[in-house]
Design a protein around this ligand. Structure first.
Ligand code: SAM
Length: 446
């Protein structure tokens, strides 16, 4: 029997314990078991195990439970490398108790199940390992720590506002750990995010909370951003590098957190879309311009890339990052609104550089649509309205990058309604030790 460690929430007198035969894995990093006809979502267990579990939530339809003792262990079980992982402890990692190959199999099973159940798509999914973190540790280049009232730093417990104080995060990149954030007092702050570029070593710390939050002296020189970037004021940034191109990413702005992810995804998107010189491409949810840059280089000066992004600071970063690519236009706004207004035409009848036209439906510009589209929405996915616009505008290929199997599956069903089906689906282990996975669906007509 394996005791899974002290659980600060456990009261042996008051708590309810169940013995469970653990079934398959479900969305959200939990395994599924049954007890007296009801579904039990079990954390800290693995498929095929028999466990003793503490009930953490009881509703009319289901129970939630944390495995506290393993009575029969899966061969995939390993000792969690992090001392803060375990029932009732830090909620940052879901699967430290599974070997890395087993974690990838579990993620693949979740993606397959979502595709089958939500979109009716039968696929065998293989989750590919990314370079730079062979043991699944030391990869996270952005870590947002929570701060307790007394200034101590930690990470939230699973489904809780409670904070588990930690003095080291094993999945954090060594460049984040070198700042020593967890070992300093942060009175007055609500969260502190350490950001490092694995490529250039640039570092920023983003302090959120009260204006009077004290910023302690860190162990290495770090630029500090308090709160959100303000227009007109310089914002500390890190420089990232992909395919030999530098990208400025301000403060807490979006960038892939795994040091291998941005390059692997860019290569995968280019391979999927095969953009050709002179073509028109759309990059929706474009962030700091990662995919727009690669597409802009491929379509060349006679092509056109329209990048759409809603965050003002990300748009400023993208415009700076893409300043040498006049064939890329960055549009600020919500994707649903901007693409509803966009018309693609050639301002000079096709002989020179293409220009996007926006908001002028009566102007007579020829509507050609886009040859290729990449979309990379946040976890909530693109949704039906955006999918319908994209399905109408796209010509040859669509690349859908997603970090959520459930919303990807939902949107793939919408695309299928419009005649676009997955020609290929790739999955990447961009978040080892956690339940999260990065996905790329390549869609073709028919
Ligand atoms: C997952 S990130 C992708 C960024 C970029 N493709 C990359 O890989 O670095 C999603 C981006 O979508 C932006 N975003 C979120 N909702 C949006 C919306 N409704 N319209 C436009 N952009 C949005 C976010 O600000 C964020 O930059």
């Amino acid at each position: 029997m394996t005791d899974l460690g002290a659980d600060p929430g456990t009261d042996p007198e008051a708590d309810e314990f169940l013995e469970l035969e653990v079934g398959g894995v479900g969305n959200g990093g939990v395994c599924v078991a049954r007890h007296e006809g009801r579904v039990v979502f079990v954390r800290h267990a693995l498929p095929g195990e028999r466990v003793r579990a503490r009930v953490t939530e009881r509703t009319k339809r289901f129970l939630r439970a944390d495995a506290v003792d393993v009575l029969e262990a899966s061969p995939d079980r390993v000792r969690p490398p992090c001392p803060f992982a375990g029932p009732g402890r830090c909620g940052g990692c879901d699967w430290q108790h599974a070997s890395l190959p087993a974690q990838r199999r579990l993620k693949a099973a979740v993606v397959e199940e979502q595709l089958r159940r939500v979109a009716g798509i039968e696929r065998t999914v293989v989750v590919e390992e990314l370079p730079h973190a062979p043991d699944g540790l030391g990869w996270r280049t952005r870590v947002q720590f929570a701060v307790r009232r007394d200034g101590a730093v930690g990470l939230h417990r699973h489904r809780s506002h409670d904070i588990e104080p930690i003095d080291e995060c094993l999945i954090a990149h060594p460049g984040v750990e070198a700042m020593g954030i967890e070992r300093k007092p942060w009175r007055g702050a609500t969260s502190v995010e350490g950001v490092v570029s694995a490529a250039t070593g640039d570092r920023v710390v983003v302090v959120r909370g009260g204006a009077r939050a004290r910023v302690p002296r860190l162990d290495v020189p770090v630029r500090v951003l308090r709160g959100r970037p303000e227009p007109g004021r310089p914002v500390p940034y890190v420089r990232e590098e992909v395919s030999g191109r530098l990208f400025q990413v301000s403060g807490g702005g979006f960038w892939q957190v795994h040091p291998g992810a941005a390059q692997v995804l860019t290569d995968a998107v280019l391979e999927a879309l095969q953009p050709r010189p002179g073509e028109i491409a759309l990059d929706l949810y474009s962030g700091a311009g990662l995919f727009a840059a690669a597409l802009g280089e491929r379509v060349g000066p006679d092509g056109l890339v329209v990048a759409v992004e809603s965050d003002a600071q990300a748009v400023r970063d993208a415009k700076f990052n893409l300043r040498d690519l006049p064939q890329v236009a960055v549009e600020r706004g919500a994707v649903a609104e901007v693409i509803a207004e966009l018309e693609f035409g050639r301002a000079d009848g096709g002989s020179g550089r293409a220009q996007p036209k926006r908001g002028d439906h009566r102007g007579g510009a020829r509507v050609r649509g886009a040859d290729v589209v990449v979309l990379d929405p946040p976890r909530a996915g693109a949704g039906r309205e955006v999918v319908e616009h994209v399905a109408r505008l796209a010509g040859r290929r669509i690349a859908y990058v997603s970090c959520d199997p459930a919303t990807l599956a939902r949107d793939l069903a919408y695309f299928a309604d419009r005649g676009w089906t997955p020609a290929n689906l790739r999955a990447f282990d961009a978040f080892p030790m956690t339940r999260h996975v990065e996905l790329l669906a390549v869609l073709a007509k028919g």
